[in-house]
Design a protein around this ligand. Structure first.
Ligand code: UT7
Length: 333
């Protein structure tokens, strides 16, 4: 018997603290107008220390997804956790979410593919389901990025963009070939690794953290925004077309595009390229900013909650980000 996977439950959690563009403008040289015009972001969520952690936020999102899938923690036989901002350097956040959710002694992966992390995680889960090795897999994307950035003039090019949040789905085995997750396509090109990175603390230096690193801002992430933008608008369409061609589908077959929420201008460029009307593209970047590995599951969950996804719809997920990595997934709901 051949197995395929389908999403049977979705959930998300965002921290309660809302930080508006005006709030940021009070702490750095920026403005609501600049941020909205360049990114489409109006506000984002910042975590509360002691209440939220990457693993606990992911676990909250996963609990909702499990309930909606009518599953208990005992049903889960694998966990894949995507994040660039794990609770600890090691072990990964997967085992912490496992503990919090009360899952059995199942395999837990951490996936480190940044903005493409969720689709990479979904793909990994799908392979285990297709080989019959797993029946019910929890896939989580969760990030706390507000404490990686610096809310200052020095950190403004990145700190206005990124936010905190978590999303999750239950991926379940079934036997209908043309239903559920139709395909995933994953890519990477490490030649751009340093164009969007957080270098320290890393293992290349004898001293992982020095006063000099703190003073010079080397502990902050670094992004070549224009290069990332140019590559994003190239690779988003490419990887979407690859998925459509693989499945013998046309651009006009897409009912709903759920892109990684990187920048509203990137989303609009992709939307224009495929000639999709607003009702066929999900955008929530104005509320949450870029939540990296969490952005697709949050956007997918919101779309599902608001009734934008119907049985039989063709849903396209797509991402691009640090690595560079880029990916797509096609789902027949
Ligand atoms: O999730 C995937 C990873 N990330 C992305 O996909 C991000 C892709 N890139 C982008 O979204 C855009 O490049 C940014 C939103 C990051 C920047 O937009 P941009 O239109 O490329 O602006 P820029 O970096 O060229 O900066 C334009 C100006 C500069 O001033 P000058 O040199 O023209 O005087 C910046 O110093 O805007 C200035 N600037 C700011 N001004 C106000 C940079 N950041 C800010 C800020 N507020 N926060």
């Amino acid at each position: 018997m051949s197995f395929y996977s389908k999403i049977s439950g979705l959930g998300f959690y965002v921290p309660e603290t809302i930080v508006t563009n005006d709030d940021l403008s009070k702490q750095m040289e920026t403005s609501d107008e600049w941020i909205i015009e360049r990114t489409g972001i109006k506000e984002r969520r910042f975590f509360t220390e002691g209440k939220d952690s990457v693993s606990s936020m992911g676990a909250r999102a996963a609990k909702i997804a499990l309930e909606r899938a009518n599953k208990t923690p005992a049903d889960v036989d694998m966990l894949v956790f995507a994040t660039l901002s794990p609770d600890y350097y090691f072990p990964g956040s997967g085992v912490l979410a496992q503990r919090e959710l009360g899952l059995r002694q199942i395999p837990c992966f951490d996936v480190r593919q940044q903005c493409s992390g969720f689709i990479y995680a979904l793909s990994l889960a799908d392979q285990y389901i297709k080989t019959g090795s797993a029946k019910t897999v929890l896939v989580i994307g969760s990030e706390i990025q507000s404490n990686i950035m610096e809310i200052s003039d020095r950190g403004r090019n990145m700190s206005v963009i990124f936010g905190d949040g978590a999303g999750a789905c239950v991926l379940e085995a079934h036997t209908k070939k043309r239903k559920g997750l139709l395909s995933t396509h994953l890519h990477a090109d490490g030649k751009y690794a340093e164009e969007l990175m957080l270098q320290h603390p890393g293992s290349r230096k004898k001293k992982r953290v020095t006063q000099e690193m703190i003073d010079s801002g080397e502990l902050l992430p670094n992004m070549n925004g224009k290069l990332v933008f140019m590559n994003a608008v190239k690779y988003f369409p490419e990887v979407i077309r690859e998925a459509l061609a693989y499945n013998n589908l046309k651009e006009s077959d897409i009912d709903l595009l759920v892109p990684h929420q990187a920048n509203q201008r990137i989303t609009l460029a992709v939307q224009k390229e495929f000639g999709l009307s607003d009702d066929r593209v999900v955008s929530n970047i104005h509320k949450y900013g870029n939540t990296t590995a969490a952005s697709i599951p949050i956007a997918l969950t919101e779309a599902w909650e608001s009734g934008r996804i119907k049985d039989g719809d063709l849903i396209c997920l797509a991402s691009f980000g640090s690595g560079f990595t880029w990916a797509s997934a096609l789902i027949r709901w």
